[in-house]
Design a protein around this ligand. Structure first.
Ligand code: PEP
Ligand code: MG
Length: 760
């Protein structure tokens, strides 16, 4: 750490420097290095901030001031935050850091260049944690004094109430979260906005661009409802555009700061971007996405026909949310309001209209928060609600980004929600379709509607390697099927019962066995119905004991020192014949009803004897085990190493559960953030286990698949296809990109083989 300088120039930075320059800084450095048009910049490193904290003696003081803070206590949170911020702002910046910042500023340009000063928290912009809007940005800063103040304000913003709250909720350790500051030539954009390089909800290769007049802040903050353009990466053309009525723009205000001004006359409804500009932007977006290997959320600006890429970070959103709501009740199904579906999921609840952040005290768990536009101070309230509806904003505004992160369905840009809806009114929010229904409405209707739309959107690419989809909740079945996936490579049935809030043991102890069987039967059937004739691999129960603890019956669950290594998966089922028998009963009924595409997969097997025993137990329960499709998950190194013995024992397929295989190979608890950086899906040892097991399966002509999260990473998919995997099962949102990666790799392999043959 000592060696890292206080200042780093953009050209010196690579994405590995994230610890020193934060997500924003690292990303800008990478972008510049691959030739994207990034404005000139330098970064005041996180180490400079640490030196500031240490040299001023603030480090210990700040943490002591909110050590025992209960972040749910708003008043205490505000007080602690104010105190910490004031300490940072009042402290004198060490002379060495001050001088280096001044020197760098002169180097960017001898005359006082107007710059944007942006905080770049070192945990910010990581794939799983969008701290959107949680730290400050100061635009239009000119002169050394203003620059130094802005840097110090950015540092202080690390201790804003909302930032502390957000970090606590996301489980970040505040002692180690650092902040870097990006100082960058301010692009006085004539038009600007944001771009999702792939569809932020479906993951399709469609670039979504939002743009408006003036600086991009208007779009990002949701101050304006922007134009919306869709560029299809496959067809390589603009396929849709929506021209919004843009009432205001944000522009520079003299030497410091910005102001919101009205847009006059015809400019309000004028199209912001030409097709040519959309195409060029989408191309830059594609370069960024290809480089990072993951869809990006990009900020851009245009001055004098020159495009600048201002920021890029991974989309942190898709598919984390399952629908909340009140199934079972229905309404007329009348659509009363439309907007943009910004965060997927469907939720019903009572409207609570918030006109001022002070009123968020009236928001209760499960309400629907309706407001003009959310802001970071509302995050505690946003966390409680079942859904969020706003008047203003687009797919990338605060409400949209934070809702996706929190996993709360959101519809933004409805224009009139706060005036049309009434406090206490019951509504249903469909965060995928952007629709608000009167009353409470059953989920299935939407699932189908959503599915139909996605199907209409693109024709499937045919691949020789099957591309399947993972499903955990039956409500997602239609959406999953709409991806055109070749089947379900993993249906986790514990999710079918976790929602009932009772353990399997509770059903057995309370003589409610039939209820349990029916619940499993119905949930699995919903998924089977969505995939007629396609293989659906249902996994037997695999919930660690701690996940059952808070359910009815949870008091009887054993307390385990390490539930990850404990009584779960097939090892528990073999020792709990009643629990296993009930699952088998639900499968039997489905087979009897003609669902021959149902296959059963056993989790956490470590020895072929377990497979043989489970098969035997099924036979005893009356299943024709030689006829049905039974397979295993490869989650424990022993099962990868002994795969040939499993094949000899009669498995019909095997699927890598890399989430566990990685943790058990590397001894890295997958849920432990302290070792998260060592959780390496492409660790040579993991790849070696996978490679060897694939080859063995190929030798015996056994289907070999993957259903762990690694299968949703296109880079891993390429590797797997190159090494001969038979199928890949990915998350709903990843299907499009995985299919594309698989298709490209297959074509490349064929091409290379043909060229080699030609050369012979
Ligand atoms: C896995 O381990 O990769 C897997 C798919 O199972 P789970 O994530 O449910 O443990
Ligand atoms: Mg697993």
């Amino acid at each position: 750490m000592k060696d890292v300088p206080n200042i780093l120039w953009l050209e010196e930075i690579r994405k590995e420097d994230i610890i020193s320059v934060g997500g924003k800084g690292a990303s800008l450095g990478e972008m510049a290095s691959i030739g994207l048009p990034v404005p000139k910049a330098f970064v005041v490193t996180a180490q400079a901030f640490r030196r500031f904290l240490v040299e001023t003696g603030l480090e210990a003081k700040i943490f002591a001031s909110y050590n025992k803070l209960d972040v749910e206590d708003n008043e205490a949170l505000e007080k602690a935050a104010e105190g910490a911020k004031a300490m940072v702002l009042k402290a004198k910046m060490p002379a060495a850091i001050r001088d280096e910042i001044k020197k760098a500023y002169k180097k960017i340009s001898p005359d006082d260049l107007i710059v944007a000063v942006r905080s770049s928290a070192t945990a910010e912009d990581l794939p799983d944690a969008s701290f959107a809007g949680q730290q400050e940005t100061y635009l239009n800063i000119r002169g050394e004094a203003a620059l130094l103040t802005a840097v110090q304000k950015c540092w202080a913003s690390l201790y804003g109430a909302r930032a502390i709250y957000y970090r606590a909720k996301q489980g970040f350790d505040d002692h180690t979260v650092n902040i870097a500051v990006v100082v960058q030539q301010l692009v006085h954009s004539e038009k600007a906005g944001v771009m999702f390089t792939s569809h932020p909800i479906t993951g399709e290769p469609k670039t979504i661009i939002e743009g408006s007049w003036g600086l991009g802040e208007a779009v990002v903050s949701g101050t304006v409802s922007p134009d919306n353009y869709v560029f299809d990466q496959r067809a390589e053309k603009v396929v849709d555009h929506f021209i919004a009525n843009k009432k205001v723009e944000i522009i520079a205000d003299g030497d410091n700061g910005t102001k919101v001004v009205d847009i006059a006359g015809a400019r309000q409804d004028a199209q912001v971007l030409s097709d040519e500009e959309v195409t060029k932007l989408a191309m830059y977006g594609k370069i960024a996405e290809d480089h990072y290997g993951i869809p990006q959320d990009v900020e851009w600006g245009i001055v004098d026909k020159t495009i600048y890429i201002l920021q890029s970070r991974p989309i942190t959103t898709i598919g984390k949310k399952e629908a909340k709501g009140m199934p079972g009740q229905t309404s007329s199904g009348k659509i009363i309001l439309k907007g943009q579906g910004a965060a997927p999921g469907i939720a019903s609840g009572k409207v609570v209209i918030i006109r001022d952040v002070k009123d968020t005290g009236s928001v209760k768990e499960g309400d629907i928060l309706v407001t003009r536009m959310t802001n970071p101070d509302m995050v505690p309230a946003m966390r409680k609600v079942a859904a969020i509806v706003t008047d203003e904003g687009g797919m990338t505004c605060h409400a949209a980004i934070v809702s996706r992160e929190l996993g709360t369905p959101a519809v933004v840009g409805t224009k009139t929600a706060t005036s049309m809806l009434k406090n206490g009114q019951l509504i249903t929010v469909d965060g995928e379709m952007g629709l608000i229904y009167d009353g409470v409405i059953a989920h299935a209707v939407h699932a189908q509607a959503a599915a139909a739309e996605v199907v209409a959107g693109h024709a499937p690419i045919i691949t020789a390697t099957s591309v399947k989809v993972n499903v955990s909740i039956p409500e997602a079945a239609q959406r999953a099927a709409a991806t055109g996936a070749d089947g379900v490579g993993l249906l986790r049935i514990e999710h079918l019962i976790l929602g009932l809030n009772k353990t399997p043991g509770w059903f057995i102890a309370n003589k409610k066995e039939e209820d349990f069987v029916l619940e499993l039967h119905d949930g699995i059937k919903t998924v089977l119905d969505a995939f007629p004739g396609k293989p659906v691999w249902v996994r037997t129960l695999d919930a660690p004991t701690d996940e059952f603890r808070n359910m009815m019956g949870g008091e009887n669950e054993p307390h385990e020192h390490n539930p990850m290594l404990g009584w779960r998966g097939i090892r528990r089922d073999i020792q709990s014949p009643d629990q296993f028998r009930l699952q088998v009963e639900s499968f039997k009924r489905l087979w009897k009803e003609g669902y021959e595409n149902l296959g059963i997969m056993f989790p956490m097997v470590s020895h072929p004897d377990q497979f043989i025993r489970a098969k035997e137990m099924m036979r005893e329960a009356g299943v024709d085990v030689e006829k049905v499709t039974l397979g295993i998950m490869i989650e424990i190194p022993s099962s990868a190493i002994m795969i040939e013995d499993f094949i000899r024992a009669g498995i019909k397929f095997a699927s890598f559960g890399t989430n566990d295989l990685i943790q058990y190979t590397l001894a890295i608890d997958r849920n432990n953030e302290n070792v998260a950086d060592m959780y390496e899906p492409q660790h040579p040892a993991v790849l070696s286990l996978i490679h060897d097991a694939i080859q063995m399966c190929r030798a015996y002509d056994i289907e070999c698949s993957i259903c762990g999260q690694a299968g949703s990473d296109p880079k891993m998919a390429v590797w797997l296809v190159e090494h001969g995997i038979s199928s890949i099962s990915a998350n709903i949102d990843a299907i499009a990109k995985i299919r594309e990666a698989v298709a490209r790799t297959e074509k490349r392999i064929i091409l290379e083989a043909a060229r080699t043959k030609d050369a012979e």
